[in-house]
Each structure stands twice: as C-alpha cells, then as structure tokens.
Design a protein around this ligand. Structure first.
Ligand code: ARG
Length: 466
C-alpha cells in the first residue's frame, strides 16, 4: 500500500519517473510560511466549530510554529515522499505532534490550500516589488533634481527632434515606473480574495466561518464559487502581464541608456560597478547591466505566454497542469526584482556628460521655434511651418548654419521675419517656452519632481488598501 497522504486506494507505488515529475517541493517550499499560517488559521476555524478541541488546536499551532522555525533555520528535512509543501508540512506535523495532525485537513483540499498560499505569497511580493519600483523612481528623481540644468537633444524616430532637459528625459521613464506601481494596487485588490473553504471543488461541508477565516489571514474578501476558486489563476496571469509590461518599460529605459553610452553619443558613462570588460578587446567597457535588463525585461512576456497557454482550454476547476504556475510566478518575481535593483544601481552610479549632451544640440533643432516665432507674429501655423522648412532648405543649399542667413534672406521667405528673430537661436529660450504642465521648461520639470516626491512619500500598496 502507498504511504502517501492520498495513498489509501493505491496498491502499488508511483513510478520513479512520475514521482520526479509530479513533485513540486523544490519550487513550492518557498510557500512554507504561507502554508503554515493558512493551516494555523484553518485549525482555529475547525476549533470554533468543534471539529478540533482547544488542546488539539494548540498542539497543532505549536507544532506548525516549530516547523516554521525549522524552515527558517534550514533544518527542515525534505523526505523522498514529500510531494509538495502541503504534504511535507503535514507529514512533519504528524511526526512532531502525532494524532491531532491527522485532523487538520478535514474539509480542506490542497486545491483550495495552494490557491490560498499563492495569493498570500503574491500579496507579500507585490509590496516588495512596489518597494523596488519606488526605490528606482527615487533615484531618478534625485538625479533629475540635481541635474536639471543639463540640456540635450530629445529624439523622435531616433532623429534629433527638439532640445529638452536631461531631467525631462529621465523623468519620462520615472512616470512609466510610477504607472507600474499604480497598477499594482489593482493587482493587489484582485489577489486579496480568499479561496480557502472551497475544498477540492464543491465547497466546505462543515459550516466553516469563511469571513472570519479570511479576516484572520488578512484577506479582504472571499471567493463566491468553489469551482471557480480552485481553478482560478487569473491573479497570476495578471501578475505576469503586469511584470511583462514593467519589463518592457525597463527594457526601453535600458535601450536609451545603451545608446547614450556609445562613443557616438557619449552622453553617459556607465560606472565600473555596472559594466563589464571584454576578454579579448582591452579597451571595451560593455553596458552588460543594461543589456541584461533589456533582455530579461523582454523575456518576462514569455512566462506570461507560458501560463496563458497552460490555461487555454483547460477543463474548469483544478487540473494538475496548474502546478506549472509556480515556476512562472517565482521566476518572474526573481528576475524582475533583480533587474529593478540593477536598474536602480546603474542609474545611481552612471556619470552624465553634460558637455557632450549640449554639444549634440544643433540649430536646425530650433526650426520648430522659428515657426512658432512666426505664429507669434500672427502667421497661421501651417504657413509658418512651411516658411521654417524653407529656411532649413535655404541654409542647406548655401551650406551655412540656419542662423547665418541674413535678415534679408529670411524676409524673402516670409515678410514677418524681423531683427528679434535672433532670440530664437537660443536653446534655453526654446526649452523655457514649454511651460504648460508636462513640458520641458524648468518650472514644469520641477512640477513633475514635486508630484513624484509627493507620491514617493505616500505609503505603499497594502497600506493604501487598508
Ligand atoms: N502541488 C499542487 C499544485 O501546486 C497542489 C494541489 C494538488 N492537488 C491535487 N489534487 N493534486 O498545484
């Protein structure tokens, strides 16, 4: 007869190959603390409906506390038959306290247990991720404040477009990360619904007080359909999608910085602590930190696809296919936290070459300002845009800088050009026009810094929910 927790109706033992494939303990041991708290609170619920005595409940809770310490201290011994964290903890509890341990699983299934453990784990992890995002935004805001005077070309289509503040570019990425953090709030709310009490599929037959149980486990609500609850992994898919989008934001930030660190741009120098060398070419300084962020950031979407494909056409309720969810959830969390931390360090220690940034500006980038100059003289924008375009062509034809054209030459293109046109040829003036909120003027960038500062001083996701 099998000695497994579910082994009652089995006459031969599991094949070693299936045993290996079926086992998830190497991954789901990460859920030990969540599994233990769930079992403690569930045993208290059983006690309140007289399925356990006070003494039994106490002995179960004490035993579980001891198991938790064993895990924490690395003393927990995983035995060959420990299929997953739930069976391992229950097996160990029986060794420690004997008989009462065999009563704890009444009315419960690993199906509602695993979904509950994972939600508890994800809630905790959402807060960790939020912290990493906020740390990154903080570093960006610090730099943006300190380096607000630095100007550089802003790019569209990767072509020089208009002069902007370096801080404006930096903050453009910070806003993406803030938006990632905002989205975590929604994910947290969706994850904050307790499946425990759903049993294997049909529910709980013992009048368990699910609301109280949820309260004791710090859940905000309970699931309303046991069949849905045991097969639902939407919260993980949402997490994986969220992580993919955050990874994409990180990859775009990394890509900008990789370009800016090339000798062709030379706007930034990545610190030694965040670059590596070449084993062959002694002169090389490679932005590996950023390349890893870019690569891993993109690959997170693969994990999202992977779980979605597992779920596609899966019969409703619990199927063992769902066990794959752990690998994607844990690995996505690990990868994302590590690239968020490396991104923070890279931004913190890079050097910005303000002179190179400024030298990369060129006067044709002020062609738009030339058009705005005419607009301010009453010329309709389309006509002004056309005239400014002609000025650019004229300068190109004459092989001179755009500001070297004489007033007479300008006047032949549009009569509204006057001597005050000289004021246009100034990058700071250009930048300072963009005073509306969201623009690149100093006041607008300071406004962004203030809003982000206010947000950073605000509490994290879970605290906001509570
Ligand atoms: N280790 C399993 C998982 O992660 C736990 C649930 C198993 N339930 C079952 N009826 N086999 O999905």
């Amino acid at each position: 007869m099998s000695n497994k927790l579910w082994g009652g109706r089995f006459t031969t033992s599991t094949s070693p190959e299936l045993e290996k494939l079926n086992s998830s303990i190497d991954l789901d041991k990460r859920l030990y603390a969540e599994d233990i708290i769930c079992s403690k609170m569930y045993s208290k619920s059983l006690c309140s409906i007289n399925l356990l005595t006070d003494d039994e409940t106490k002995s179960i809770c004490d035993g579980l506390d001891r198991i938790k310490i064993e895990w924490e201290q690395g003393d927990f011994k995983i035995l060959p038959g420990d299929e997953d964290i739930h069976t391992a903890n229950e097996r160990r509890l029986k060794e420690l306290i004997g008989e009462p341990a065999t009563k704890i699983h009444v009315g419960r299934s690993r199906n509602d247990q695993v979904a509950t453990d994972m939600k508890l784990w994800l809630k905790k992890s959402i807060n960790e991720l939020d912290k990493c995002l906020r740390d990154l935004v903080q570093i960006i805001v610090n730099r943006a404040t300190k380096e607000i005077e630095i100007v550089m070309p802003g790019y569209t289509h990767l072509q020089r477009a208009q002069p902007v503040r370096w801080s404006h570019w930096l903050l453009s990425h910070a806003w993406n990360f803030k938006s990632d953090s905002d989205k975590l709030e929604q994910l947290y709310t969706h994850t904050n619904i307790m499946p425990l009490g759903s049993g294997a599929i049909a529910g709980n037959p013992f009048h368990i007080e699910r609301h109280l149980l949820a309260y004791s486990l710090d859940f905000n609500a309970i699931t309303q359909n046991s069949m849905q609850a045991v097969g639902d992994r939407d919260f993980i898919v949402e997490f994986l999608f969220w992580a993919s989008l955050t990874g994409i934001h990180l990859s775009r930030f990394a890509e900008d910085l990789i370009l800016f660190s090339t000798k062709e741009f030379d706007f930034v120098t990545i610190s030694d602590s965040h670059s590596t060398g070449s084993s062959l070419m002694p002169q090389k300084r490679n932005p590996d930190s950023l390349e890893l962020i870019r690569g891993i950031g993109g690959s997170l979407f693969g994990q999202c696809c992977s779980l979605m494909m597992t779920l596609k056409s899966l019969p409703s309720t619990y199927n063992k296919d769902l066990q794959n969810d752990k690998e994607t959830m844990f690995s996505t969390y690990d990868k994302l936290t590590s690239i968020l931390k490396v991104a923070k360090g890279t931004v913190e220690f890079l050097k910005v070459n303000s002179i190179k940034c400024r030298e990369a500006l060129s006067f044709e980038m002020l062609a738009t300002d030339l058009a705005y100059y005419l607009v301010r003289k009453g010329v309709p924008f389309r006509e002004a845009h056309h005239a400014a375009g002609k000025v650019v062509t004229e300068a190109e034809k004459k092989e001179v800088f755009i500001y070297d054209l004489t007033l007479e030459e300008l006047k032949t293109i549009n009569e509204h050009f006057d001597s005050d046109v000289a004021k246009v040829w100034n990058y700071e003036n250009s930048i300072e026009q963009y005073q509306a909120i969201g623009g690149t003027s100093k006041s607008s960038v300071l406004h962004q810094i203030n809003s982000l500062d206010a947000w950073l001083n605000y509490t994290n996701v879970a605290a906001k929910e509570a």
